[in-house]
Design a protein around this ligand. Structure first.
Ligand SMILES: *[C@@H]1O[C@H](CO)[C@@H](O)[C@H](O)[C@H]1NC(C)=O
Ligand SMILES: *[C@@H]1O[C@H](CO)[C@@H](O)[C@H](O)[C@H]1NC(C)=O
Ligand SMILES: *[C@@H]1O[C@H](CO)[C@@H](O)[C@H](O)[C@H]1NC(C)=O
Ligand SMILES: *[C@@H]1O[C@H](CO)[C@@H](O)[C@H](O)[C@H]1NC(C)=O
Ligand SMILES: *[C@@H]1O[C@H](CO)[C@@H](O)[C@H](O)[C@H]1NC(C)=O
Length: 277
């Protein structure tokens, strides 16, 4: 009987077990947020094999979909387009230029899809009215203004073109699109792994068995939960048979006792209780 009780417990918790095993299914951080599917994974909820290296997302405490880019640049994603392999990101702190100072995409699987890309030199200037474009509005420091001057137009020989007195060169940013200092959005693209053809056909892209490339399968891999289903079915049948046969044995015992009592009564018409037998 104890085997039966154990089995009932197993049956009770098996939905949790199945949910735990079927861990690479698409997920999301919030209802309106982007779907997290291959090559991305939720790095705190899904094992490594669910995603491709470098495609780690997580839900932050306010259920935002966060992508961490090298080096420690945390941006929130609002759109992921799996067919065109693009991801749209924004800075939750509202100051993308500051994040760009630490961004190094060459150490990540992503790249800008706009062309051309430009190099900029950043200057920190005390606030006097200057006839210069390329103002960076954040982070704002009272009495100071930061300018991003394109490297192609700025060089020391042409520095007279820019009123850079009482300015200090603070940084260089290479290979970014022109819009990065005006917007809080960043549009990135990935080429590897290439899964567009799979997405277009409505199929499932995943790591292949070698975990080196990708495979395109027509159905989600359900064989694991399928195995568990068969296991549950067999288990249930075994348990039912166990209950059935044990109750039959009980009935047979009862019948024997009753027969014995009847035989005994026939011999001696005195009443017996079960306890006396
Ligand atoms: C998480 O959400 C909060 C609240 O919106 C936000 O301030 C914070 O920057 C987010 N964290 C990251 C790492 O994006
Ligand atoms: C985040 O999502 C969880 C579950 O979906 C919900 O219970 C929680 O209230 C959400 N938190 C915020 C800050 O929206
Ligand atoms: C960006 O990262 C790559 C690879 O990690 C490195 O070689 C390169 O020097 C980095 N560039 C900058 C500007 O830090
Ligand atoms: C610009 O210079 C001022 C004064 O040194 C400093 O407080 C401020 O943080 C600087 N801004 C940047 C973006 O480096
Ligand atoms: C997996 O690796 C083996 C040996 O390294 C190779 O023969 C096989 O073709 C690979 N399969 C795939 C699907 O890449």
């Amino acid at each position: 009987m104890s085997i039966f009780i154990c089995y009932m417990f197993f049956l009770l918790f098996s939905p949790l077990l199945i949910a735990g095993l079927d861990d690479c299914t698409t997920t999301w951080c919030s209802k309106g947020g982007p779907i997290i599917g291959f090559p991305f994974r939720n790095k705190f909820l899904q094992p490594e094999h669910c995603g491709y290296p470098g495609f780690n997302l997580y839900s932050n405490e306010s259920n935002e979909t966060v992508l961490e880019l090298p080096f420690s640049v945390k941006l929130v994603s609002n759109i992921i387009d799996y067919v065109s392999q693009k991801i749209q990101l924004y800075d939750p702190d509202g100051c993308l230029p500051q994040k760009l100072l630490h961004l190094n995409l060459s150490a990540s699987p992503f790249h800008f899809f706009e062309n051309p890309l430009y190099d900029y030199v950043l200057f920190n200037c005390s606030a006097t009215n200057r006839a210069m474009d390329y103002i960076i509005h954040c982070p704002a420091v009272a009495g100071y203004q930061v300018y991003a001057i394109p490297s192609y137009s700025y060089s020391y020989s042409y520095s007279d073109d820019y009123p850079l007195t009482s300015c200090t060169k603070i940084h260089e940013i290479s290979s970014v699109p022109w819009y990065t200092f005006d917007q809080n959005d960043l549009h990135l693209k990935w080429s590897e792994p290439y899964c567009s053809h799979c997405e277009v056909q409505g199929k499932i892209c995943s790591l292949d068995n070698n975990k080196s490339g990708t495979q395109c399968t027509s159905k989600p891999k359900i064989h694991r939960s399928g195995t568990i289903g068969a296991f549950l079915l067999v288990g249930t049948l075994v348990a039912l048979y166990y209950v059935y046969s044990s109750s039959r044995i009980k009935k047979e015992n009862q019948a024997t006792i009753e027969k014995f009592l009847e035989d005994y009564r026939a011999l001696k018409p005195t009443r017996f209780s079960y306890a006396e037998i």
